[in-house]
Design a protein around this ligand. Structure first.
Ligand code: UDP
Length: 472
């Protein structure tokens, strides 16, 4: 209960470290457009505790919902997908639905008009909003094309996958997919499995929302946005790029990474990272290492243990080719980072030439915002479809797909991709030019608060504030 009469926006990101920064940035933008607004970020105690202080200026209220992973057969400390083995992900998604009663309780205690903005994986909050007479929006954690395709495949499982190597998507026949672009757990889904059930619940809830906010730019993803609108029958407002503010961490690790970049010439270093929760497999890791060595180019590689291997004792030297780290370190050619890297700062650094990425949407936006072209290696979820988008934009060369045993990657192909993208090649020049154009379009979307994304967030807020949208 509270005094405020004005709009109260409740933000509810999914319980994954990579999903929270965009919501925090959104909160800051909402405050900028509506200085009097109340914004509350709802999450679990450990995730809220992990937020660093500056995020609360302008003031964001925090509200903790109790969450007991152990009640669902998960490790007691599990607070985020990144803490779990990939086999536990579905249990975690299901467990996250247990937050509903506590979330309902919180919403019903708010007296002022409410607008709930929830992650797509919390789209069930649309039903909570409806019961309360509140406005509801989904904030999509990815791009519109990527999610329109990802959801469409789930909806048409298993028929879609019974097809050949290549198949047109039932909802969008002009989109032709290849089997290698289908995540492992989708390939084994029968349609009666827990993954399909979960995503079909997400999709049907998304159809009940009042609006979708997408972290993309109208000028860049017009057709993907149309696909999304047609598929969900709901307005999709592109308000991107919503980028996490680079944290000015003063950790020694971060400082040494930046010093290492400082010591390299402009646009010379390949940055490699597969996101906050994915990993390549053991064979792929060795081939990638040997390909990097063969390329002769400097690289900064954020290492996670190979897929499926136990990481409780840390990263084991035998996961890399013998002598690899010593040789490349001695030649001052390679820096291996174990743990969390200051990605936004790395991509903003003048020495960074290209980004080998799993094509997570945040990584794509951060890279192109700084005009850095991509070497794509999508691993799961909608990353395969995000890769299609950046390849079409002419800013990405795909070097490999997936991390299944069958997804072989060859060291020669790695070295060749680096030469194409980072070298003085026609293709490389073109990719750098295109990345510059996209970077410009991204900056323009929020420039002077007058670009398309600024106008869209304003349009969205007006829609929320229309009396017909919010029931008192
Ligand atoms: N990230 C980071 N350091 C790391 C790994 C990831 O800062 O070592 C950040 C990255 O900058 C991005 C987010 O985590 O903002 C990852 O989001 P993305 O959508 O790219 O992939 P996901 O982790 O969700 O698969």
């Amino acid at each position: 209960s509270e005094e405020a009469e004005g709009l109260h926006v409740v933000l509810f990101p999914f319980l994954a470290r990579g999903h929270i920064p965009a919501f925090l940035r959104l909160a800051a933008l909402l405050h900028e457009l509506r200085p009097g607004i109340t914004v509350t970020l709802v999450s679990t105690p450990p995730l809220l505790a992990a937020l660093s202080l500056p995020v609360t200026t302008p003031p964001i209220r925090l509200h903790a919902l109790p969450f007991a992973p152990a009640d669902h057969g998960l490790p007691p400390g599990a607070e985020s997908l990144a803490d779990l083995h990939v086999h536990q992900f579905i249990t975690f998604f299901q467990a996250s639905e247990s937050l509903r009663p506590a979330f309902e309780g919180f919403i019903s205690g708010i007296r002022s008009p409410v607008c709930i903005i929830a992650d797509a994986f919390f789209a069930w909050t649309a039903e909570v909003a409806r019961a309360r007479g509140a406005f509801h929006a989904v904030f999509l954690p990815g791009g519109s094309f990527g999610f329109a395709v990802f959801f469409s495949v789930w909806e048409h499982l298993p028929q879609t996958l019974a097809a050949d190597e290549e198949f047109p998507l039932p909802d969008f026949p002009s989109v032709v997919l290849h089997r290698t672009q289908i995540p492992r757990y989708m390939l084994t889904a029968t349609g009666a499995d827990p993954w399909t059930a979960f995503f079909r619940r997400v999709i049907s809830s998304c159809r009940k929302t009042d609006a979708v906010l997408v972290n993309t730019v109208q000028e860049l993803e017009a057709s993907g946005l149309d696909m999304f609108r047609r598929s969900f029958g709901v307005e999709a407002w592109p308000i991107g790029p919503i980028l996490a503010a680079p944290t000015l961490s003063d950790s020694q690790v971060d400082a040494s990474i930046i010093r290492w970049l400082d010591a390299h010439p402009p646009r010379s270093v390949l940055y490699i990272s597969f996101g906050s929760q994915n990993s390549i497999n053991a064979d792929q890791m060795v081939e990638l290492a040997l390909g990097l060595e063969a390329s002769g180019r400097p690289f900064l590689w954020v290492l996670r243990p190979p897929l499926g291997l136990d990481a409780t004792d840390g990263f084991k030297p035998e996961w890399l080719p013998p002598g690899f780290e010593e040789r490349t370190a001695k030649a001052n050619r390679g820096l291996l980072v174990r743990g969390w890297a200051p990605q936004a700062r790395i991509l903003a650094h003048a020495s960074t030439a290209a980004f080998m990425s799993h094509c997570g949407w945040n990584s794509i936006l951060e890279s192109l915002y700084h005009g850095v072209p991509l070497i794509g290696w999508p691993l799961g979820a909608e990353q395969f479809f995000n890769a299609m988008v950046v390849v079409e934009w002419g800013v990405c060369v795909e070097v490999a797909r997936g991390n299944m045993e069958s997804s072989a990657v060859e060291r020669g192909a790695v070295a060749e991709a680096l030469r194409t993208v980072m070298g003085e090649t026609e293709k490389g020049d073109e990719m750098r030019r295109n990345a510059g154009v996209i970077s410009g379009a991204m900056a323009a979307a929020w420039e002077g608060r007058r670009g398309s994304s600024a106008a869209n967030l304003e349009g969205f807020l007006r829609c929320v504030e229309t009396p017909a949208s919010i029931k008192f």
